[in-house]
Design a binder for this molecule. Sequence first.
Ligand SMILES: NC(=O)c1ccc[n+]([C@@H]2O[C@H](COP(=O)([O-])OP(=O)(O)OC[C@H]3O[C@@H](n4cnc5c(N)ncnc54)[C@H](OP(=O)(O)O)[C@@H]3O)[C@@H](O)[C@H]2O)c1
Length: 272
Amino acid sequence: MVVHASGPIVLIGAGNMGGAMLAGWLKSGISGADLLVIDPGPPAAMAKLIADSGARHETAAPAGLKAGVLFLAVKPQMMPAVLPPLKGLVGPETVVVSVAAGTTLSFMQSHLGDAAMVRAMPNTPAMIGRGVTGAFANGEVSSAQRDLVHNLLKVSGPVEWVETEADIDAVTAVSGSGPAYVFYLVECMAEAGRKAGLPADLAMRLARETVAGAGELLHQSPDDASRLRQNVTSPGGTTAAALNILMADDGMQPLFDKAIAAARKRAEELAG
Ligand SMILES: NC(=O)c1ccc[n+]([C@@H]2O[C@H](COP(=O)([O-])OP(=O)(O)OC[C@H]3O[C@@H](n4cnc5c(N)ncnc54)[C@H](OP(=O)(O)O)[C@@H]3O)[C@@H](O)[C@H]2O)c1
């Protein structure tokens, strides 16, 4: 990938998410020479990746440098301490990107000043390059900066831009927290299988591989989820019997409506 930025890509925090992004950037062809990683103590594997890539590593923000992209990947609770010393890295050409849940643009502006800023919400499958990211850009972000940020985010999977910052709370509720709902679905299917008479470990293996395989089929197929469901549902068959329960008025849809609304409300509360 060719990076057209007016300064280095500065990554703040090379933990789980920052490390996954860094690995993706290097894999996509970004040169280590274009990267500066600031982390007081990256995990050993990440320290090796940084050293092998030739990226510059610092434990604190160096003076006299303006970032092309300032990419924030620290825990939200670290933000009040992390942001103030970074202000010097932000110049007129800098775009700031944050993946921190619940950290608003106005909070970032209060520490970094009025700048081009993107708030992004990736999800855990980003660790294997199979995430999906929702992103919101403020009015200062130029189309060139937006393209650049899009290219940086897409190394972990598709990027979907939303129209308002508030939409990020809904993105968080659907895809940010979503992997946990799917993992819980596996747990529920396994437990129901155990109650249906299967050994618990066998039921878990069946449930796990079913969800993983169905996810992969969905990923590879041009058909949407509804079509794939209909394809495996014969009228009067076993799948139809189960779906009659799951799709009833008191089935999964009202449960998901409540769950997503609760997650969204919590995201709003965390954003303050
Ligand atoms: N993981 C996910 O699936 C996911 C999904 C969506 C969004 N996010 C967001 O991504 C962000 C990072 O999450 P994570 O799971 O990657 O956290 P993490 O693994 O704890 O990574 C944060 C990294 O930042 C380092 N750090 C601490 N203080 C710093 C400072 N002053 N300057 C620079 N680096 C510093 C940490 O070092 P120490 O360990 O030494 O403190 C750690 O290496 C969070 O805001 C989270 O909301 C994560």
